[in-house]
Design a protein around this ligand. Structure first.
Ligand code: UTP
Length: 402
């Protein structure tokens, strides 16, 4: 290994590696270091992402959707029957806030019986496939850290009754985390501290895994991308699909009315005239509290990570560079003696691309309101807001036996 490369390694780990001199440095570690894209490090100094001019964006609201429901649904069901709609389950995250060390979808949200998050999501999808009388191809994104356990879990549970020929897994890429001085950390004898590269790389990883061909063969024209952690997630919802197709937009986003101006969700809006998402911490108090004549918040429609994208448009934007976000995280590493350290406070930067930045790359987006009580029960934390407790309550309110 070149000395200049060793210099990029966190100082403690350099000492650890020097202790290994004379012994063989595992090839995996050498490969990871040689394959690392060091240009990431230049971004650390420019942490602020430059944003454009924001303006509010309304939504197709519940009364209008209700009035046209049957029309939209017929269009959506027709597309599903013709296998034009696929679904992407984003399950590569690490779920650090929940503090569950397996894939988040393996979490048992049941009380009096077992009900795994993955299971509940499949139930939600089955409502649609039963009505359509056709299966929706389901592509599940995992990461190196949870791929094997996720595949095994689905196999063990017989895909929760879903047709396994319509389920495909693919693994997202990993990137090294770096300490605050920009040096990579060593996590194990044969590995750098690697973490999943965020949920924005899903399309690139899907194509890299050869699944672009699978979609082509099946004739998939739309992809409904959704997060693993919303147990009320409505997948391949024919009303949403139909409304987006009829609108002529190349993308759609399900949104809920924010429960207060400062709710910690991104709001769908316009940025330099294009659809975009403004994060809650980017809103000034004036923007957060601004209302229209009817008294509704101007930046009041929050995204719930349920998007529909035209596949053709996804291929078109796939060559564009997405912004990289730098997040501070607690990243375990090894000290110079090879002892594993679990930091109590953030010690490293992780690099992520985010799916919400894809919306900006779309020319247009149908903002589609849904009832949060019926479609939004995120499991982010163990207790409190957006937690196991609140999701259980919402499942019960929707008549789901847990
Ligand atoms: P979150 O932003 O909540 O991240 O993911 P997370 O890693 O699951 O949880 P925390 O922040 O560590 O607590 C939103 C969705 O994006 C997926 C997650 O699995 C979830 O469905 N995701 C996130 C990925 O698929 N890959 C990633 O690298 C990050």
């Amino acid at each position: 290994m070149k000395a200049s490369v060793i210099e990029k390694i966190n100082e403690t780990n350099q000492r650890y590696l020097k202790n290994l001199v004379g012994k063989d440095i595992p090839q995996r570690l050498v490969d990871q270091i040689n394959n690392m894209d060091w240009s990431y490090l230049n971004l650390i100094g420019e942490r602020e992402q430059k944003r454009g001019e924001f303006a509010p964006l309304g939504a197709m609201e519940l009364p209008e959707i209700q009035a046209k429901k049957e029309e939209f649904k017929a269009i959506g069901l027709e597309a599903i029957r013709n296998c034009k709609v696929g679904a992407i389950l984003l399950a590569g995250g690490q779920g650090t806030r929940l503090g569950f060390d397996k894939a988040k979808g393996m979490y048992n949200i049941g009380v009096s019986k077992d009900l795994y998050i993955f299971e509940q999501l499949i139930r939600n999808l089955q409502k649609v496939t039963e009505e359509a009388g056709a299966f929706v191809p389901l592509y599940i994104m995992t990461s190196d850290k949870n791929d094997a356990q996720t595949r095994e879990f689905f196999a063990e549970h017989d895909y929760f009754g879903y047709n396994k020929d319509f389920v495909k897994f693919f693994v997202q890429e990993m990137v090294p985390a770096v300490d605050f001085d920009g040096n990579v950390l060593v996590e194990a004898e044969d590995s750098l501290a690697m973490s999943p590269n965020g949920n924005g790389g899903w399309f690139a990883s899907l194509v890299k895994a050869g699944l672009g061909e699978d979609m082509k063969e099946k004739g998939v024209e739309w992809l409904n991308v959704f997060a693993v952690d919303n147990v009320l997630q409505q997948i391949a919802d024919p009303v949403f699909v139909g409304a987006t197709i009829q609108s002529g937009c190349v993308s759609g986003a399900k949104v809920v009315r924010k429960c207060d101006p400062y709710e910690r969700v991104g709001a769908l809006c316009l940025e330099d005239g294009k659809p975009s998402i403004i994060e809650y911490y980017e809103l000034t108090p004036e923007m957060a509290e601004a209302t229209n004549e009817a008294g509704s918040l101007l930046y009041g429609f929050g995204v719930i990570l349920n998007y529909l994208f035209s596949v053709e448009k996804l291929f078109e934007i796939s060559k564009k560079q997405m912004p990289l976000h730098i997040v501070e995280k607690k990243v375990p590493y090894m000290d110079e003696n090879g002892v594993a350290i679990k930091p109590e406070t953030p010690n490293a930067y992780k690099f992520e691309t985010l799916i919400l930045d894809m919306i900006f790359l779309m020319d247009n987006c149908l903002s589609f309101e849904v009832d949060r009580e019926k479609e939004f029960a995120p499991v982010k934390n163990a207790t409190g807001v957006d937690s196991v407790e609140s999701a259980r309550e919402l499942l019960q309110k929707n008549g789901i036996e847990i």
